[in-house]
Design a protein around this ligand. Sequence first.
Ligand SMILES: [Zn+2]
Length: 374
Amino acid sequence: MQVSGLYQRTAYTRRSFLSRASQWSALAAAYPLIPLPSLAESLASDARVAQTPVVDKGFASVRKVGDGLYATISDTSKGLNTICNGGFLHGKDAALLIEGFVSPSGAAFQHETLRTLSKAPIMGAIDTHYHYDHSTGNSYYGANGISLWAHANTAKRIFASYAAMQGVEKSVIIGPLEAQAKNAKTEVARKHAAEYAATLGNIFGVANAAVLALPNRPLDPAKLPVNMDLGGLTAVVEAYPGHSGTDIIVRVPAQNVVYAGDLLFNNMYPVTFDEQASVSGWRSTLKTFLSWGKDIIFIPGHGQICGPEGVQLSLDLFDDIALQAEKFYKAGVPAEDAADQYIVPEKFRGVAIFAWNLSIGPTITKLYKEWGAK
Ligand SMILES: [Zn+2]
């Protein structure tokens, strides 16, 4: 099978092996080190949420958030075994794991923690979408005979995005991005482009370090929602548009708990770079999340556990970007220039940005397209 005509394969030398082996430490050095904030006061007094985690490994901790419901929350300032959040659910008859994480050791941590709490047979693990930080640890599940569920398009997008990077000379992928940074028209555009090249370099490193494993239980979005009966605990798997074109969530309506995947970033600008990300679709998904009421506990894809205020913040961030972008649009500023010109207002200074050109920049260019720009 032809993987890609674009990329040129590299010869395997000892040197290239060593550079591959060091990708993980390069990732650790370059990843934005944002310490995890503590639980919001409203959740600290919520009877569903345990005040102390079941286990805290530094890079992630597992906390009870309901009856048979647990959240795995990453702290990337302390390690990068998981990077994203996840969790697990167990009823009387079965258990369900959420996320493959960025490394097999991250998936192992979550599985082993589940096993200290329940011996129920595992129905499967779910990737909430195809992105590397949620899926490049999937091979742990494969090796342990755990079925992997995901949106029907997740397997082919993991393959198209990350298998296509394997064995390719890094400069083939990163070179053009570095050239873009060099040729940028403004200092701020240069900074954003250089940050993007560095981030893609990190993802390249992860893709090359990973033994990719693809979900073997595709969930056709046309046939969702589906109920998963774990024995006295029903989880509903639903698909929504917004972040990646492959997004699914796990909802437990009886307990008002939602595992939102990357359809929710808590206290972080939404990451919209994906070719199938939809700003209008995402904003409507967030409004749906709000319509479920004030009592919902959300486990976001990244950041601390939150209530509806985390969803509202994401909507406010989209609104603020749209407000500024609309002024550029009406003034005739081209999309690619406007993408660098958003100003983070004082009230959002504490909101994290995971690479400008993966979040704020593409939100602006996608809004331009929604408004009819060519
Ligand atoms: Zn993602």
